[in-house]
Design a protein around this ligand. Structure first.
Ligand code: HEM
Length: 449
C-alpha cells in the first residue's frame, strides 16, 4: 500500500507560501505528488491531505455522510467572520437539516425570478461607469454582485440602511483582500483587539455595526409582518425544518453573512475573469455576440441556456477556479483508496485547481478553450468549481445565472477594451483566487440597441 508523502518544507513555510503564492505551491505539488499529498498549509490541522485524483475524490465526496464527514475542522478559521451558527460550521445531522431548510431558496425556479433584477443592476452599474477612463473589471463586477446580494439576499433596494450596510460590507470584505490580513484568519493567536486602529480591532468594530443593522432589519420585518417577499432573507425567515423549527435571529444573521461571504467576491472574481477572456480573445466575444443574436429577445432564461456562453463561463471557472480547494472532509475510519492508505482523522481537501489542470483530462490545461465543454462532458469529479457531495455550493445556480446574464448584457450593450495588453495572472484574494490586477479596462461606448 502507498503511504501519502508531501513537501519536506516546514509547515509554517508551507502555510506562508499557501497564503502568498498558492498557485506556485500547488504546481510544485502536482509535479512531485500528482495524486495526493500531505500538506502543512493549515496550521490548526494536524493531518491534512490534498487530493487531486478524481477517482479518489469521487469516492470521498459520494460518501461524505458515511466513511467520511463534511466536518467543520479547518472551517473554524471563518468563525470570527461567519459566527458559530453558520451552515459551514455545522456537521452531520444538523448540517443536513439546515441544508434542507436553505435549499428551496436556491432552486432554479426561485433563482429564475431574479433574472430581470440582475440585468437591471448590471445596467445601473454600467451607467455609473465613466467613459474613456481606466477602471478595474473587478470593481465593476463587485458592484454588480454586491447589488445582487443586497437586493436578492438581504432584500434591500434603497434608503439609509441600504447605503450603510453596503459601505460596511465593502469595508469588511476589503480587510481580507490584503493577503497578509488573511493571516489573522489562519493564525487565531493573532486575533487580538488592540483598539479600532489595529486590524483586528477594526474588523470587530465593523462586524458589530453590521450585526446591529441586520438585527434591526430582522426585528422590523417581524414586527411589520413584511416577510411575504421574494428575497432570500424573507424566505429564510419563513422556512421551517422537518420538525417545524425556524431559524433564530442569530442563525439568520450568521447565514446572511455566510451567503454574502460565500457569494459576493466569488461571483465578482468569476465575472471579472470572464470579461478578461472575452476581451483578451476577440473570437470569444464575437462568438458570444453571434449566439446572442440568434435570440428573439433577451429573456434571461433563454440567455442562461445558450451553449457557447455557458461554455465560456465553465472554462472561466476551470482555468482559474475561484475556490482552490473544497471545504474539508474528515476520514472517520482508516480506509484505502486507489492503493493509498488514509488513516482515521485525516482531513482531506479536494484540490480543485490541481484537478482542473490535469493534462490527461484537459489537454493544454493553461489555454482558455471554451470548446472543450461543447465537445466533451466532464464528470462532476473532473470539473468541480462548486465542490461536490453534501457541502456542494448552495449558490451554484445563482452564481452561474449572474455570470451569464451580466456577461451577456455587458458585451451586447457596451464597448469595452482592455486598458493594456499585459496578461492577467491569478493571485490570492482573501481565501479565494482572483485576477492579480483586477483586469484594468476602459469603457469606450454605450451601444443603444
Ligand atoms: C462563482 C461563484 C462561486 C464559486 C466558485 C463557489 C464555490 C464554492 C465551493 C468550492 C464550495 C465548497 C463545496 C465543497 O466543499 O464541496 C462552496 C460552498 C458554499 N457556497 Fe459557493 N461558490 C460560488 C458562489 C456562491 C454563491 C453566489 C452563494 C450564495 C449566495 C454561495 C454559497 C455557498 C455556501 C452557503 C456554501 C457552503 C455549503 C455548505 O457548507 O453546505 N456560493 N462554494
Amino acid at each position: 500500500m502507498k503511504t501519502i508523502s508531501g513537501p519536506k518544507t516546514p509547515n509554517l513555510l508551507q502555510a506562508m507560501e499557501w497564503i502568498l503564492a498558492p498557485i506556485n505551491y500547488l504546481e510544485k505539488a502536482s509535479k512531485n505528488h500528482p495524486e495526493v499529498f500531505k500538506s502543512g498549509i493549515l496550521p490548526i490541522v494536524d493531518h491534512l491531505v490534498l487530493v487531486s485524483n478524481p477517482k479518489i475524490l469521487q469516492n470521498i465526496l459520494t460518501n461524505d455522510r458515511q466513511k467520511f464527514m463534511a466536518c467543520k475542522d479547518g472551517n473554524e478559521i471563518l468563525i470570527s467572520l461567519l459566527g458559530n451558527h453558520s451552515l459551514v460550521m455545522l456537521e452531520g445531522d444538523r448540517h443536513k437539516q439546515r441544508r434542507q431548510l436553505l435549499m428551496p431558496s436556491f432552486h432554479g425556479q426561485q433563482i429564475s425570478k431574479y433574472g430581470d433584477d440582475i440585468c437591471q443592476i448590471t445596467h445601473q452599474v454600467m451607467a455609473e461607469t465613466p467613459h474613456n477612463q481606466v477602471f478595474t473589471a473587478r470593481s465593476l463586477t463587485q458592484s454588480i454582485t454586491l447589488g445582487v446580494m443586497m437586493q436578492e439576499v438581504f432584500g434591500l433596494r434603497e434608503g439609509e440602511r441600504y447605503q450603510r450596510l453596503q459601505t460596511l460590507l465593502i469595508s469588511l470584505l476589503g480587510i481580507f483582500n490584503v493577503p497578509i490580513n488573511v493571516a489573522f484568519l489562519f493564525f487565531p493567536s493573532l486575533q487580538k483587539n488592540l483598539g479600532k486602529w489595529s486590524p483586528w480591532g477594526y474588523f470587530l468594530s465593523i462586524r458589530k455595526q453590521i450585526d446591529d443593522l441586520i438585527y434591526t432589519e430582522i426585528a422590523e420585518r417581524r414586527q411589520s409582518g413584511m416577510t411575504e417577499r421574494n428575497d432570500i432573507l424573507s424566505l429564510l425567515m419563513n422556512a421551517k425544518d422537518s420538525e417545524g423549527n425556524s431559524l433564530t435571529d442569530e442563525e439568520l444573521r450568521d447565514e446572511l453573512l455566510t451567503l454574502l461571504f460565500a457569494g459576493y467576491e466569488t461571483t465578482a472574481n468569476a465575472l471579472a475573469w470572464s470579461l478578461y477572456w472575452a476581451h483578451r480573445l476577440p473570437e470569444v466575444k464575437a462568438k458570444i455576440l453571434a449566439e446572442l443574436a440568434t435570440l428573439e429577445n433577451h429573456d434571461p432564461s433563454a440567455i442562461a441556456r445558450l451553449p457557447y456562453l455557458s461554455a465560456v463561463c465553465q472554462e472561466t471557472l476551470r482555468l482559474y477556479p475561484i475556490a482552490l480547494v473544497t471545504f474539508p472532509r474528515l476520514v472517520k475510519e482508516a480506509t484505502e483508496l486507489e492503493g493509498y492508505h488514509f488513516p482515521a482523522n485525516t482531513i482531506i481537501l479536494g484540490s480543485i485547481y490541481q484537478i482542473h489542470h490535469r493534462p490527461e483530462i484537459y489537454p493544454e490545461p493553461e489555454m482558455f478553450k471554451p470548446e472543450r465543454f461543447l465537445e466533451k462532458q466532464f464528470s462532476p469529479y473532473e470539473y468541480l468549481p462548486f465542490g461536490g457531495g453534501v457541502r456542494r455550493c448552495l449558490g451554484e445556480v445563482l452564481a452561474q445565472f449572474e455570470m451569464k446574464l451580466a456577461l451577456a448584457e455587458i458585451l451586447s450593450h457596451y464597448e469595452l477594451i482592455l486598458a493594456d495588453q499585459r496578461p492577467e495572472k491569478p493571485q490570492r484574494s482573501g481565501v479565494l483566487l482572483g485576477p492579480a490586477r483586477g483586469v484594468p479596462m476602459i469603457l469606450k461606448e454605450t451601444i443603444v440597441r
